[in-house]
Design a protein around this ligand. Structure first.
Ligand SMILES: Nc1ncnc2c1ncn2[C@@H]1O[C@H](COP(=O)(O)OP(=O)(O)O)[C@@H](O)[C@H]1O
Ligand SMILES: [Mg+2]
Length: 562
C-alpha cells in the first residue's frame, strides 16, 4: 500500500516537471530536444507500473486475510451454535442464526478489507498530499486544509442519520430468513392449505420492509455524496483562482499549478473515503456485535467434571428422578415434584394426554434441558456431573419427530455408530421392522433418502429412526412416541424383537396406545406434570381411573361387550 500511494503522489510531481522543464523549457529555448520529456514520461510509466504492482499485491493480501477471518468466524460461530442448549437456540431463533452466519459475517469481511485498505491508503494520501501541497506553496496547502472540514461535516451528518438503520436492516434480514426457512421446509403444508398467496404476502411484507430501510440508507448517501463532491470542486476552483494569481505574480509555475490541482483532488477524495470508512465501521460493528453475541455466548449447559465413572453398583437405579420440577419459562411449571426410579433392564412406559409433559420428562435424561430443582440421576450419578458426551453416549433416543438426513439409508441408520458393518445395520433394521420395506426399494440400503426424509412414509421414517437407535449400543433407550405411525402388528413385533435382542437395555417408551404399553414392566401415568399412577397394566386397570378411561376409549364398546 505504501508503494502504491508513494507512486500516486510522485506522478503529479513528475508531471509538473514535464510541463515546466520539458514543454515550457523546450518552448522557451526554441530547441527540439525532447529527451527530458521522454525521460520523465518513461519514469511516469515506470512509477505507474510499480504502483500497480504494489496495489495488486496489497489487494490480494488484504482479501486473503479478510476472507480467512470470515472463514474462521463462520466455523467458530457454527461450532458455538452446536454447543448451545435448546433453550438458547429457541431464544436466538433460526432466522437470526442463519443471517448472522451468512450475511453478518460477509459484512464483517467487507469491513475488514475496506478498512485495512482504505484506512492505510487515505491516511498516507492525506498526509502525503498535504506535505506536497505545502511544499509547492503554503497558500495551496491552507486552501486544502480549509475545505476538509466541510466535506467531513456533510458526510458525518448523513452518517449519523443513517447509523440506526443498519441494525434494523439486519433484523429485517433475520425476518426474511426465518420466513424463508419455515416456508421452504413447510411447502407441503402451504400447498395443502392453499396458503401460497398468504405466504407470498407475508414474505412480500418482510421484503418490502427491508427495501424501505435500505432505501433510506441509500437515499441519504445519494444526497450527501454529491454535496461532499461539490465541496471538492469548490476547493479546486478556489485553488485555480489562487494559483492563477500566483503564476501571474511569478511565485509559481504552470507545472506546479497542475500538480497542486491533482494533489488537492487526490486529497479531498481521500477525505471522502475516510467518511465512507467510518460508515463502514459502524455497519461492520453492527454485524460484528451480532456475530459476537453468538461466538461469546457461554453454553448454558456446562460439562460435568466426572472423568471416570465409579464401578457400577447393582443397587443404583438406571435412572432416578428425585423431586424434579421443570418449566420452560419460569411462570408455568411443566413438571412438578417428579419422583421415579427406573431399574436396570426395565421397560417403563409413560402415558398421558398430549402436552402433559411426557417429552419434557425424558428430555431431562440426556440434558436437552436442565431441571429447575431436584436431581436426575443415571447409574446413581447426577446427570450434571457427567461430561455431556459420556452421558449422551449412554442413551439411544428416538425423537417424536423423525430426523433423517439426505444420505443413504445405511448411513442414516449407522449415523450414531459410524463404520458399522452392513450386516450389523441389517440386524438393527430387522429389529426395527424396517428390513422388509428397505429390501423392496431397488437400491435397498444404498437408496438415498430425500431431504428430511421426504421420500418416505411416516411409518418408514420412524422405523429407520428406530433402527438407528437400536444400532447405537446404549444402556438406555428412549422411544418418544416413535411407533405412533406403525400398525399394531408391526409395533408388537418390534417390541418383541427389541426385548429379545436387548434384554439388559433400560427402555422408556412413551406412547398413546394401550396396546403399545401394556407389555411394559411398569406404566407411569402423567397428568398435568405429576405422576398420578404407576404400576403394571393389570394393576392400573384396577386402580387408576384415568388409565381405565383411556383403555375403555381405545378398546371400544364392541370389545367391552364381547
Ligand atoms: N421448547 C418449548 N418451549 C416452551 N414450551 C414448551 C416447549 N416444549 C414443550 N412445551 C410446553 O410444555 C408442555 C409439555 O410438552 P411436552 O412435554 O412436549 O408434552 P407431551 O406430553 O405431549 O410430550 C406443553 O404445554 C408445551 O406447550
Ligand atoms: Mg411429546
Amino acid at each position: 500500500m505504501i508503494l502504491e500511494v508513494t507512486m500516486d503522489l510522485l506522478q503529479p510531481h513528475l508531471m509538473s516537471k514535464i510541463v515546466d522543464e520539458g514543454v515550457l523549457g523546450v518552448a522557451a529555448q526554441n530547441t527540439d530536444d525532447f529527451s527530458i520529456i521522454l525521460k520523465l514520461g518513461s519514469l511516469m510509466v515506470l512509477f505507474a507500473f510499480i504502483g500497480c504492482l504494489g496495489g495488486s499485491l496489497n489487494n490480494i493480501l488484504v482479501n486473503y486475510s479478510s476472507q480467512n477471518i470470515g472463514n474462521l468466524m463462520r466455523k467458530d460461530a457454527f461450532s458455538k451454535i452446536l454447543s448451545l442448549s435448546f433453550s438458547q437456540i429457541d431464544k436466538l431463533g433460526t432466522g437470526a442464526l442463519i443471517t448472522r452466519i451468512t450475511n453478518d459475517i460477509s459484512q464483517v469481511e467487507n469491513f475488514i478489507s475496506f478498512f485495512v485498505r482504505g484506512m492505510v491508503r487515505t491516511g498516507l494520501l492525506l498526509l502525503g498530499g498535504l506535505y506536497c501541497l505545502f511544499r509547492i506553496n503554503t497558500d495551496f496547502g491552507l486552501i486544502a486544509v480549509c475545505v476538509v472540514p466541510f466535506i467531513f461535516c456533510s458526510m458525518i451528518i448523513a452518517m449519523k442519520k443513517v447509523e440506526p438503520y443498519f441494525l434494523s436492516v439486519q433484523e429485517s434480514l433475520d425476518q426474511i430468513n426465518c420466513i424463508l426457512q419455515e416456508d421452504i421446509s413447510g411447502i407441503r403444508i402451504i400447498k395443502a392449505y392453499v396458503k401460497e398467496l398468504y405466504e407470498k404476502i407475508r414474505f412480500g411484507k418482510a421484503n418490502d420492509e427491508l427495501l424501505a430501510k435500505q432505501m433510506k440508507i441509500l437515499i441519504l448517501f445519494a444526497i450527501s455524496h454529491p454535496i461532499a463532491c461539490n465541496f471538492i470542486y469548490i476547493g479546486v476552483a478556489i485553488m485555480i483562482w489562487n494559483a492563477g494569481k500566483a503564476v501571474a505574480a511569478g511565485t509559481s509555475t504552470p507545472g506546479n499549478v497542475m500538480a497542486a490541482i491533482t494533489y488537492i483532488i487526490q486529497l479531498l477524495h481521500a477525505v471522502l473515503m475516510v467518511v465512507f470508512i467510518i460508515q463502514n465501521i459502524s455497519r461492520g460493528q453492527t454485524s460484528w456485535k451480532r456475530v459476537k453475541a453468538i461466538i461469546e455466548t457461554d453454553p448454558e449447559l456446562t460439562d460435568g467434571h466426572l472423568n471416570e465413572e465409579p464401578p457400577q453398583k447393582q443397587s443404583f437405579a438406571a435412572i432416578e428422578f428425585k423431586n424434579v420440577s421443570f418449566s420452560y419459562s419460569k411462570e408455568e411449571p411443566i413438571l412438578k415434584n417428579i419422583n421415579l426410579k427406573i431399574n436396570k433392564g426395565e421397560t417403563l412406559a409413560i402415558m398421558g394426554a398430549t402436552g402433559c409433559g411426557k417429552s419434557s420428562l425424558v428430555n431431562l435424561i440426556p440434558r436437552f434441558y436442565d431441571a429447575d430443582s431436584g436431581q436426575v440421576l443415571v447409574n446413581g450419578i447426577d446427570v450434571k456431573d457427567y461430561h455431556l458426551k459420556d452421558l449422551r453416549e449412554k442413551i439411544a433416543f428416538v425423537l417424536q419427530k423423525s430426523e433423517l438426513f439426505s444420505d443413504s439409508i445405511a448411513n442414516n441408520i449407522s449415523w450414531g455408530k459410524p463404520g458399522a458393518e452392513l450386516e450389523e445395520i441389517k440386524v438393527s433394521a430387522r429389529i426395527a421392522q424396517a428390513d422388509s420395506f428397505i429390501n423392496e426399494i431397488p437400491e435397498k440400503y444404498e437408496n438415498i433418502i430425500a431431504e428430511r426424509g421426504m421420500s418416505l412414509s411416516g411409518g418408514q421414517k420412524q422405523r429407520i429412526s428406530i433402527a438407528r437407535a437400536v444400532l447405537k449400543s446404549a444402556e438406555i433407550m428412549i422411544l418418544d412416541d416413535s411407533t405412533s405411525a406403525l400398525d399394531l402388528k408391526t409395533e408388537r413385533e418390534f417390541y418383541e424383537a427389541l426385548t429379545k435382542a436387548k434384554p439388559d437395555c433400560t427402555k422408556i417408551i412413551i406412547a398413546q396406545r394401550i396396546a403399545s404399553v401394556k407389555r411394559a414392566n411398569r406404566i407411569v401415568v402423567i397428568e398435568n406434570g405429576s405422576i398420578c399412577a404407576c404400576g403394571s397394566h393389570d394393576e392400573l386397570l384396577k386402580n387408576c381411573d384415568i388409565y381405565k378411561d383411556i383403555y375403555n376409549s381405545q378398546i371400544g364398546e364392541e370389545a367391552k361387550n364381547g
